[in-house]
Design a protein around this ligand. Structure first.
Ligand SMILES: [Zn+2]
Length: 71
């Protein structure tokens, strides 16, 4: 009984692509500085620019784009 068992499933090569990507930086709308954040930015987050000190409330739209509102 010749049994060729060629079984190469490539498991473990899942490339984590697709939704739910955490946003952990933002560009300040005031001074355009790029600020990394400790916590992922979600809709309603408040962020503070390390450069100019302005604070913004963030809205994330359905495209994953950030909108800033000064607070
Ligand atoms: Zn700024």
């Amino acid at each position: 009984m010749d049994n060729f068992d060629m079984d190469d499933e490539d498991k473990g090569s899942k490339k984590g692509k697709g939704g739910g990507k955490a946003i952990k930086e933002f560009d300040c709308p005031g001074c355009e500085a790029n600020n990394p954040t400790d916590d992922p930015i979600v809709d309603g987050s408040e962020v503070r620019c390390n450069y100019c000190g302005n604070e913004y409330q963030v809205k994330v739209n359905e495209n994953g784009r950030l909108k800033f509102k000064e607070v």
